[in-house]
Structures are given as C-alpha cells and as structure tokens.
Write a protein that binds this ligand. Structure first.
Ligand SMILES: [Zn+2]
Length: 350
C-alpha cells in the first residue's frame, strides 16, 4: 500500500508546507511513474509489486484519472487568468519615482506604510511626490481627502464651490460644526493640515468648469471625482481622458455606491464608454433629494483613496476595467468587468 500512502503523504506535505500546486502535481506524476516502473517486465519483482499495492491496470486507470483532473484544473486556471482584467502589465504607477527624502518625524509617521512590502520606502516617496486633485469636498471627498493626507500624498488639490451646511455633517466628516458657513475647501484644508502638516493642500473655492478644467487637471498626476453632479462628472472624465490622467470616480445614492478607475490611456474604458447616456436633469435624484446612509460615502470614498494609493505606488491591481458596486443594505459587493466602447466620443478612435 506504499503507492497510495505516497500520494497521501505528498498531498499532506503540500498543504502543510504550502507548496505550489504545480509542484505537488509534478511530484505526484513522478511518484506515479515510479509505481508504473515497478510493473515493467525488466524490474518486476513480486515483493516490490506487493509493497506498492494494487494492479498495473488499476494504477493505469488511476494515472489517467489524475491526468484528467490535472488538465481540467489547468484549463480552469487558464480561463481564470484570461478573465482577469487588464493585468499588471499596464503601467501601474501614474507618478514617476522621485528623489524625495524624509525627516525623522515623517519616517515615524509613515512607518506602517514603509513596513508594507507593496509600498515600502520607494512607495512612500512616490506618495510624497504625487499630486492628486479631488473634485468635490462632500461625502466622498471627505474620507478620500483625509486618507490622502494621512497617507502622505505630497500635494492635494481640492475644488468645490459650496460652503459647509448643517445638513452636510451627517456624512461629510472632514467638516465640523464650528465651520458651518465656511467654504468647504477651506474647512477641508484645515482638517487635512491638522491631521498631517507635512502635506501641501491647494484649495480652489470654485466650480470645476470648462474654462479651468484642462489647466487644473494638467497640474496633477491623478484625479478623484466625488461630485454628485452629472455635468461635472462628464467634464472631469472628458478632461482626464484628454490629458491621459487616471480618474478614480465614485458615486453613491441612498444605500448603493459604485467605484471604478477610468483610464483609457492605459487600456481601460472611460466613464462615458460605460455610461454613454447622460441622464436628463432631475431623472437621477441627488443625495439631497433621495437621502443617503451616513457611512456609505465613508466606504466608497475610502476605497477611492485606496485606489489612489495603489495607482501611485504601483501596489496590487487597481479597478481599471472593473466596476465595483456595493449594496450596503445587504452588505453585498459585486465587481463586473467593463470594456472600452469603440465608438466612444471621448476615448474611441476618431
Ligand atoms: Zn470612452
């Protein structure tokens, strides 16, 4: 019975020592070949065959079945690899590697980042050299801006025409009761500087409009869009696509949020590829009209900051070519693949 015992031992050792699956399969194939060799006329001895156990035909069938399973698994993982969206072969980082250096206070502040294999010292330097523009200092902008500041993004621009109102504070946690009436961008600046004095904040107290869009986006490496206004959202998408800047865009309503990285310059679709039809004014209710659960912008806005950190440092796989939809009411999250639309007026061939 040594034959079967050998397979069991291989499987157990593979699990225990966390061998790669292919290594376990390769060793199993070798073991099977050895068992078959025992049955060869030139080696065949009754003692060996008895020790191995089973019959030649039995082992032959066993081997064929094993090969079938291996082939099935191989095909399955090949399919999975093909289904993976826009692999890491696309340039991951939007930011060139900088020569920034850190003082002792900054090293201490970012120590937990520097410990991460995917970020480390070089990633933290990239964050420091990065320039990120956040459009909207509302529900999504609040956590996104705070985490960008905490993460050490060197320059953070924020543009918003509004002032802080009491009804914002149920979810816009970057603002404070004592700052009601203050322009949101200055309130956000105060909160970010209080959290991390090492970052530069550039507040723009105005609407993101055609006349300034290109000049402003050109100054940044990456844009985060958290507006609830369709006109602005399409304009931000168009501007980012034209200037080849990755766009991390989130949207929320009531209990549901969505998030993606629109990046047509790096093979991903743009927002308009997937949402070509602009809703008629008034057709999609805003948060002010339909309501929104307080922590929802926290979830989606925080994920926007996470995507930004990944894009800047090159860690992991950003949501390029994927759209994440989160249903907070049922705590369900789905990620669907999205593709470039050839006739897209923003990023299609023209
Ligand atoms: Zn497009």
């Amino acid at each position: 019975m040594i034959g079967l015992f050998g397979f069991a031992a291989l499987w157990g050792a593979g699990r225990w020592l966390r061998w790669r699956p292919w290594a376990v399969w390769a060793l199993a194939a070798l073991w099977w070949l050895a068992i078959m060799a025992v049955h060869l006329p030139m080696v065949a001895s009754d003692t060996l065959i008895d020790a191995v156990g089973g019959t030649f035909d039995g082992w032959l069938v066993f081997g064929l079945l094993g090969a079938l399973v291996a082939l099935y698994r191989l095909g399955f993982s090949a399919l999975k690899a093909r289904a993976r969206p826009l692999a890491a072969s696309a340039p991951a980082a939007a930011v060139p590697a900088p020569g920034a250096s850190f003082g002792p206070a900054e090293l201490d502040r970012y120590a937990r980042h520097i410990l991460l294999r995917e970020i480390g010292g070089p990633g933290q330097k990239r964050l420091k050299a990065a320039k990120v523009l956040v459009v909207g200092a509302g529900g999504l902008g609040s956590p996104a801006l705070l985490y960008l500041a905490a993460a050490g993004v060197g320059r953070i621009g924020v543009i918003d025409p509004d002032t802080v109102e009491g009804s914002n504070l149920q979810r816009q946690i970057i603002h404070a009761d004592e700052r009601i009436g203050m322009p949101k961008v200055f309130s956000a600046e105060a909160a970010m500087k209080a959290l991390n004095p090492f970052v530069e904040v550039r507040p723009y107290h105005r609407r993101f409009q055609d006349d300034i869009a290109e000049a402003l986006v050109a100054e940044y490496d990456l844009v985060l869009d958290g507006t609830d206004n369709f006109g602005t959202r399409y304009l931000v998408n168009r501007t980012c696509a034209k200037l080849a800047k990755p766009l991390v865009a989130g949207a929320i309503t009531q209990w549901e949020g969505q998030l993606s990285v629109w990046d047509p310059a790096r093979g991903a679709p743009c927002y308009e590829c997937v949402f070509p039809v602009r809703p008629a004014p008034g057709m999609v209710p805003t948060c002010a009209e339909a309501g929104v659960a307080a922590p929802l912008p926290g979830i989606i806005g925080t994920m926007m900051a996470m995507e930004a950190v990944k894009l800047i440092t090159g860690a992991g796989e950003p949501l390029r070519g994927r759209l994440m939809i989160h249903d907070a009411l049922y705590a369900e999250t789905r990620v669907i693949g999205v593709q470039k639309r050839p006739g897209c007026p923003v990023c299609g061939e023209s």
